[in-house]
Design a protein. Sequence first.
Length: 338
Amino acid sequence: MSLLRNSIKNQLNEKIKIEADALRTNWNIEEIETLFDLPFSDLIYQAQSLHRQNFDPNAVQISTLLSIKTGACPEDCSYCSQSAQNDTSLEREKLLALDKVITAAKEAKDSGVTRFCMGAAWRNPTDKSLDNVIDMISAVKDIGMETCVTLGMLNQSQAQRLKEAGLNYYNHNLDTSPEFYGEVITTRTYQDRLDTIQHVQAAGINVCSGGILGMGETRRDRARLLQELANLSQHPDSVPINDLVQVKGTPLDGIDRLDSFEFIRTIAVARILMPKSYVRLSAGRVEMNDEMQSLCFLAGANSIFYGERLLTTDNPVENHDDVLIEKLGMKKEKSLSH
Ligand code: SAM
Ligand code: DTB
Ligand code: SF4
């Protein structure tokens, strides 16, 4: 390692120690790449130490997803089963009826889930469709669960309406680095995404924002994605890290899978940069064995999607997750933060 790298590493160790309690939003790319370059055990140790300072290391927050409007999306996200521009075999569906949402939320609650996330394949909601989603949010809150929605881009007044409806979290991912972004999506800009996150933060709704790994990006892109997330004016409350679920008919189907250790390293770096945020081991768990998922928890992941469906693709069955959580001596987080 060069002298320069060594000196960055030493300074970084000091900063991590000194600033354990002060959340930094000024990470530079050399610092982040230096973390990625650490020996695996050193990186995991550092991430796990910070994790323990900020969270119960044996608790996992669980959320369940429901697709409330599926397919026929006008955007061209090249990973997505729901883009009208991708020739996938997905059946499109209109907005789900309220009673179906209530049934799914009750089932999730009965299996110990505390947060219910509803996703719609929209570029952005219309004001009228937002009325319907607001009814869903109210109904899920009445059941006694936290709510999260992901509906695409929002303007400030829409974010405000969601806040008034009592929404707890809004999910809007940056997906990848600003430099790689144009390879993946062309129908909306990186700045559009940052603007939506800003509107959500300004409305006082908790932000859930992360990205997807394994789309052919470089390590620098992964570092830049985390830099963008960590340097937002406030860290996202929740940071989903998705491993690309390859879907037949999408341009990214068949791409080389990301090396598992690189995925785990990215989780660890996310934990170090955003020590008080929930880091969610999100899509892609079906392809991961239990040992890999355990290493992700050790690296600081403390949240998962629970239930056999994500939005349109499979997730591990509940029983499998229950056995894994039990084997690891972990527990599902019980308390509602709101
Ligand atoms: N349409 C809205 C939007 O894009 O903002 C909300 C739903 S969209 C499905 C939510 C996120 O799911 C995307 O931003 C992306 O990060 C993730 N996602 C979608 N398809 C995926 C896939 N095949 N593998 C991994 N993550 C995926
Ligand atoms: C997120 O980061 N991952 C979730 C949630 N936010 C909305 C979605 C994953 C979707 C995986 C592919 C699918 O099931 O369609
Ligand atoms: Fe549409 Fe969201 Fe899929 Fe992009 S990720 S195609 S915006 S549903």
